[in-house]
Design a protein around this ligand. Structure first.
Ligand SMILES: COc1cc2c(cc1NS(C)(=O)=O)=CC1=C(NCc3c(C)cccc3C)N=NC=21
Length: 270
């Protein structure tokens, strides 16, 4: 038995947590006592063999702000991807559900951003590009702990409506100019997405660019028009978001120095 292979007989599946384009996620128990979430990959949505190869690498990526991949059940179809269970679900839903209390707690919003930045700095150190960083792909656990999820999975999606920047499902609103023009992903394109994620956090889950069509967003981003400062957001925090949206990737900070800047701001203003 390879370490990343999980025996499905050791899994008990419980209620459904959510379903996306890649399949259904259910709560479960592993080996009787470990709380897990199990994603049952809809057939044909993912290049499974490539993903299973990748799973070996992902199980080695361990950090308090990364959703831990426990392993996969790859011996039958659909394949199961098993991760740690995060009791408050997606960050986007959490922000929207708790807008009332969160909107007056800039300190907590900034702390959530710092936690995500730490998880992303770890991926950056391991030369691992996320490719789909957004509040919908972060999860919230107990004691306001926030973790980055789904890192790297975008590479295995077969649906080119999702993978090509011209596709209808491509996350245009989180993409920098070099991704829109040349699909050039890097840790610096993750930084751009992180800036949009910060905007999502400080607006408690608003949709970036509201109801603008993808073509209109592409036009604005190409012209250098950026998102407006969220209401009530400290100027120092918005200045950091703006650095993430520098048109040229080289001018954007790394996650490593972004974390130091965010911690300084949080010590300064709070
Ligand atoms: C409590 O509510 C939830 C909890 C979780 C959750 C969704 C909800 N509900 S909802 C839809 O937000 O309203 C998804 C997960 C998850 N991992 C998901 C995952 C797996 C299994 C495989 C590969 C990649 C990933 C990201 N760990 N815990 C939870």
């Amino acid at each position: 038995h390879d370490k990343w292979e999980i025996d499905p007989h050791e899994l008990m599946l419980h209620d459904e947590l959510g379903s996306g384009q890649f399949g259904v996620v259910r709560r479960g128990k592993w080996r009787g006592s470990i709380d897990v979430a199990v994603k049952m990959m809809k057939e044909g949505t993912m290049s499974e063999d490539d993903f299973i190869e990748e799973a070996k690498v992902m199980t080695k990526l361990q950090h308090t702000n990364l959703v831990q991949l426990y392993g996969v059940c790859s011996k039958n179809r659909p394949i199961f991807i098993v991760t740690e269970y995060m009791r408050h679900g997606s960050l986007l839903n959490y922000l929207r559900k708790h807008e009332q209390s969160l909107s007056s707690n800039q300190g907590l919003l900034l702390d959530m951003c710092i936690q995500i930045c730490k998880g992303m700095a770890y991926l950056e150190r391991h030369n691992y590009i996320h490719r789909d960083l957004a509040a919908r792909n972060c999860l919230v656990g107990s004691e306001n702990i926030v973790k980055v999820a789904d890192f790297g999975l975008a590479r295995y999606v077969l649906d080119d409506q999702y993978t090509s920047s011209g596709g209808t499902k491509f996350p245009i609103k989180w993409a920098p100019p070099e991704v829109l023009n040349y699909t050039r992903f890097s840790s610096k394109s993750d930084i751009w997405a992180y800036g949009v994620l910060m905007w999502e956090v400080f607006t408690c889950g608003k949709m970036p660019y509201g109801r603008l069509k993808n073509t209109e967003v592409v036009e604005r981003v190409q012209k250098g028009i950026i998102l407006e400062k969220p209401k009530g957001c400290y100027k120092e925090v918005f200045d950091i978001m703006r650095k993430c949206w520098s048109p040229s990737p080289e001018q954007r900070p790394s996650f490593r120095n972004l974390k130091d800047q965010l911690v300084n701001v949080s010590q300064g203003i709070l």
